[in-house]
Design a protein around this ligand. Structure first.
Ligand SMILES: C[S@@+](CC[C@H](N)C(=O)[O-])C[C@H]1O[C@@H](n2cnc3c(N)ncnc32)[C@H](O)[C@@H]1O
Length: 262
């Protein structure tokens, strides 16, 4: 396959794509309980601003306005199309791979990103900018999906997800393993109170993680096929398996790391 310069949101996963709102809502349904649990661990310094990076629909920013009433909450994303008009947080439409974005964002008592860095070729740059944007005594929290294929019982599901993963890695620069590196990076950067949580999403009846994965397969499959990574019917069995509600299996893991800046 030829190297690609495409970035998340250029063409695949734009916020105006039909079904993208529902896909991001399914993602939020699958992981927000873990995000909320881990955000509760952090005592954000009084009076400081809070930032959600690549905030998508604004679901985490909305939560921040509820947990920190009166604090200024900022949600930055390359597209603000899916954010609520009546939200109590600031919408900033900007590319976080661009230094100018960070120059104008300023500093925060909490900087959070979920399911963003894994999709960025410039993830190291963005991680460093997020760390810089945290005030002393403030927190950095970064979360991403991590793939654990060997835990999947279904060989067909494992094979189909391997095709999707190969496509996303080659075409978008996505990493399905980088989430395991964040806690160590925070430790090495001299942060204190570093912690990490690892939550397994499952396939099963009414499991939002499975619904999210099925939606992602449906969305990407025509492009995966047209670029030669798979054949048209290859994903049908895995989609039925994820959506059928009759099978229990391992879906994917969700890892969150946090640390306090000295
Ligand atoms: C998988 S979605 C996750 C949304 C949200 N964080 C959540 O967990 O519900 C990734 C988000 O990152 C945004 N994004 C991707 N690349 C970006 C960039 N270079 N600058 C700003 N936002 C970006 C996308 O527009 C999208 O909203």
């Amino acid at each position: 396959m030829s190297p690609s310069a495409e970035q998340y949101g250029d063409r695949m996963f734009t916020h105006v794509t039909q079904g993208e709102r529902a896909r991001l809502d399914a993602l939020a349904d699958a992981v927000s309980q873990y995000t909320h649990r881990d955000l509760r661990r952090l005592d954000v310094p009084a009076g400081e601003r809070l930032l959600d990076v690549g905030g998508g629909t604004g679901v985490v920013s909305q939560r921040m306005t509820e947990t920190h009433p009166g604090a200024e909450v900022v949600c930055v994303d390359r597209s603000v199309t899916l954010m609520s008009d009546r939200a109590g947080y600031a919408h900033v439409e900007a590319d976080v791979c661009d230094q100018a974005t960070w120059d104008r964002l300023g500093t925060f008592g909490l900087v959070h990103a979920r399911n963003l860095l894994m999709h960025l070729r410039r993830r190291d740059f963005v991680f460093d900018r997020m760390l810089e944007a945290v005030v002393p005594g403030g927190w950095l929290m970064v979360a991403d999906m991590v793939d654990a294929p060997e835990l999947r019982r279904s060989l067909r599901f494992r094979e189909t997800f391997a095709q999707l993963r190969e496509y996303m890695e080659a075409e978008l620069g996505t990493s399905m393993t980088c989430g395991m590196t964040y806690a160590q990076r925070m430790q090495d950067a001299g942060m204190t109170d570093v912690g990490v949580s690892y939550d397994a999403l499952t396939v099963g009846p009414d499991k939002p993680g499975a619904a999210f994965m099925a939606r992602t397969l449906r969305h990407l499959w025509p492009d995966i096929v047209s670029k030669g990574y798979a054949k048209p019917g290859d994903a049908d069995e895995a989609i039925a398996y994820l959506e059928g509600g009759r099978h229990w299996d391992s879906a994917i893991a969700f890892v969150t790391a946090w640390g306090r800046k000295v």
